[in-house]
Design a protein around this ligand. Sequence first.
Ligand SMILES: Cc1cc2nc3c(=O)[nH]c(=O)nc-3n(C[C@H](O)[C@H](O)[C@H](O)COP(=O)(O)O)c2cc1C
Length: 396
Amino acid sequence: MSNILIGITGGIAAYKIPQLCRHFLLNGHNVKVIMTENATKFISPLTFESLTGNRVYTDDFEIYIEPESIKHISLSDWADIFIIAPASANTIGKFANGIADNLLTSSILAYDSAKPIVVAPAMNSKMYRNKIFQRNLEVLKENGFHIIEPISGILACKDEGVGKMVEPEDIYLYCKKFLKKSDILKGKRVLVTAGPTIEYIDPVRFISNRSSGKMGFAIAESAFENGADVTLISGPTLIKTFVDRKEVLSADEMYSEVINKISEIDILIMAAAVADYKVENYSEEKIKKNSENLTLKLVKNKDILKEASKFKKDNQIFVGFAAESHNVEENAINKMKEKKLDLIVANDISRKDIGFDSNDNEVTIYFSSGDKLKIDKMDKKKVADKIIKIISDLIK
Ligand SMILES: Cc1cc2nc3c(=O)[nH]c(=O)nc-3n(C[C@H](O)[C@H](O)[C@H](O)COP(=O)(O)O)c2cc1C
């Protein structure tokens, strides 16, 4: 787990930082906090000491120089990621000009520039648009700082415009790309498909399915966290992720994306719930309800995995998913054989507590070798980690 150093400056958005701390803490990371003197006027260090279980560092020189270490050096050395949120215009100006007149700005100067610094500015929109501020922000970008641009909204000063800090959840999500767990898939190019596809009937109506995309996204994230170079192709879903994602709508679009990339990848994981059928005749105009019955003729979509398997090279690993409501084992094994998969992950969608839209899953993995492995009910992220570990063992 990683060491997260959070620098807080004097802005209203400081009230959101306990929530940011909690995202990291609940996911097992260590959090330490530095506050500027002005930040302590907005929120008490006590809040962060209670949450993190660590002393909060301010500009009190007694804390700054503890007997065992000089804090602006030791905190910077300790951190794997340095996040400044909210980052005031004042502190950004100091960073840009190398000013080190407090613990936070000194720590930034002492921080190893090979490690990530993430800055989430928050301020009034006029301050944000100010040319001098924009120049300072540009200096930070040129020097490798990762900037999470503020969003538009109603600001604390009642003005409306750009300057609102993004939500803590989004800062956490952004930082996840720096929280690598292992290098077991380093150098491997992994293509993951996720979510449903949708098949339009007319400009406003479509056929789709209940897939939330949670399992596929968890797999893409786990592959990324374990060192892989990941491409995620997903149907429409509301899930946010730090992995680069290409969104598609129909099975045909997903097919094109997968086939275009198939020769460049080492591992294909097809977790998407691709529609088996589409309407034969898409109506360019909205269908009017002027008859008692409406008959839609459906035709089969291309089977993406089956088509992809025609291009499969010996050194590639192909993984499929089987969401089955009956004869789970038999259907899964048949699908694995038909599509030349190395393994298939099967789950029973007749159960309400797992699978579609649920946060948990319980799966059985069938291997082309004939082995099988049951993974007990657990959070989809944990299931994803296990699947990625199994794939990395196979590719060895
Ligand atoms: C109520 C109040 C709200 C403020 N909000 C912000 C803000 O959101 N962003 C900002 O850059 N400055 C804001 N300021 C101004 C900063 O607090 C001021 O520039 C201060 O010098 C920043 O100090 P620091 O960067 O050392 O924390 C605010 C000031 C007050 C009094």
